[in-house]
Design a binder for this molecule. Structure first.
Ligand code: ASP
Length: 417
């Protein structure tokens, strides 16, 4: 079986959904499990709904109407018969979402978030599945929450691999065509959980691992993995092949083309990953496999924006050593701050942090009594893998550099945005 993943950009409108058929026509349509994300920017729009709901904003109704209108318009462009049951199905999913909000008693943001944002993927997969069936591709719609089981760390749930494997073994017919959601899962109490923003790639990795898939293909609006994000860097080139290790490094430093957690399950079973263009499905794209050398051998540029550069120094000129560092890292872990870069000297310690969950203010409360704390918000972290002199020179030009460091393969700098 092969696993395909179609992200939000690939199904952002009716044309995108129709193009899924085009891809299947060209590359095959049986023994395939298709993972689909929420359409276009739906997850962002659902986040707005959660905010309006928890802040009791009068805008709540408008934000729900926006989601409804957006999907109904896509449906209208896909289905000529306006009596098709899918119209009722999507309306009833949105009604379920409103009922969930009405019945909810919790004020825990992360919990409410997961119960609501999952509707983006549920709606998208219902639409794709119904359209596939309409044009003759019989398929099975699978609720990913019935098979992917996690702990209850909402918004950043960790997979329980053993139960997930058992459930997938029971639920999946490897000979058919299956449509399921990325990003969403469920905990022991069957509450919805999510795997982190952009987590649908990871879902594809989970299904591939548990079904011993022959490959995973991520269909993108770019030709494959490039040596830099074309929205940020000029003259980017396609990488035709890279190793799992390289892909993990690139994803870790912030290359948004593959979600960082995706590679680990794949490399454990040596399942190849392909990143290809959904507009030109027959083109080679990028292959990610074990031990492949980087082709072509080029510097790879990555930028992570909206990071925080935090510097800590001891209050009394004592060294910042193992016990302080371990305490500082436990706090990063407790507040779900991801560390992108570390630099330390005897009495000071600097890190570049990704504050995805907006917990930095809470962290500061713990750190301020113990250290001299300074920080700069809204900085960008640039990384060059396989750097050379010229690549560093051109990147450093006109930048206000706050910190830089390099190892044999990796150059990094933190700059003001
Ligand atoms: N829809 C989710 C998001 O936008 C998951 C994904 O697209 O991978 O983050």
């Amino acid at each position: 079986m092969r696993v395909f993943k179609f992200g939000g950009a690939s199904v952002k409108d009716a044309r995108g959904v129709k193009n899924v058929i085009n891809v299947l026509q060209k590359v095959g349509n049986t023994n395939i499990l298709i993972v689909v994300s929420a359409m276009g920017k739906t997850t962002n729009a659902l986040e707005t709904i959660v905010d309006h709901y928890l802040n009791q904003s009068e805008e709540l109704k408008n934000s729900i109407d926006f989601i409804k209108k957006y999907h109904i318009e896509i449906l209208s462009n896909l289905f000529e018969n306006k009596q098709h049951p899918i119209f009722g199905k999507i309306n009833s999913l949105i009604h379920d979402m409103e009922t969930t909000l009405k019945r909810n008693k919790s004020t825990r943001y992360d919990y409410v978030y997961d119960q609501i944002v999952c509707y983006g993927e549920l709606i998208a997969t219902r639409i794709v599945s119904a359209y596939l069936a309409e044009v003759g591709y019989k398929n099975h719609w699978l609720d990913a929450r019935d098979v992917i089981k996690t702990n209850d760390i909402y918004r950043d749930a960790a997979v329980d691999w053993k139960i997930t494997q058992q459930k997938i073994d029971k639920a999946i017919d490897k000979n058919g065509l299956i449509v399921t959601q990325g990003f969403i899962a469920s905990d022991d109490n069957n509450f919805t959980t999510t795997l982190g923003r952009e987590g649908s790639d990871y879902t594809a990795g989970i299904f591939a691992y548990c079904t011993n898939a022959t490959s995973v293909t991520i269909w993108k609006d770019v030709p494959g993995v490039l040596n830099g994000d074309p929205r940020v860097f000029e003259n980017t080139k396609l990488l035709s092949q890279i190793s799992y290790e390289e892909a993990i490094e690139l994803a870790f430093y912030g290359a948004s083309v593959i979600h960082p957690k995706t590679l680990q399950p794949l490399q454990r079973k040596e399942i190849p990953l392909y990143v290809k263009s959904f507009l030109n499905p027959e083109n080679e794209g990028t292959s990610v496999k074990k031990g492949q050398r980087l082709v072509p051998q080029l510097p790879c540029y990555i930028v992570k924006k909206n990071q925080i550069l935090l510097s800590l120094a001891s209050l009394d000129f004592s060294f910042i050593v193992e016990d302080n560092i371990s305490e500082i890292f436990s706090l990063f872990h407790a507040y779900q701050l991801k560390v992108d870069l570390i630099q330390n000297s005897a009495i000071s310690f600097s890190v570049c942090l990704d504050d995805k969950f907006d917990r930095f203010a809470q962290l500061l409360k713990h750190l301020k009594p113990k250290f001299n704390v300074s920080y700069e918000k809204n900085v960008s972290l640039f990384t060059i893998r396989h750097f050379d002199k010229n690549s560093i020179l051109s990147l450093e030009q006109n930048q206000d550099i706050l910190l830089k460091q390099s190892t044999k393969e990796t150059y990094q700098m933190v700059v003001k945005q």
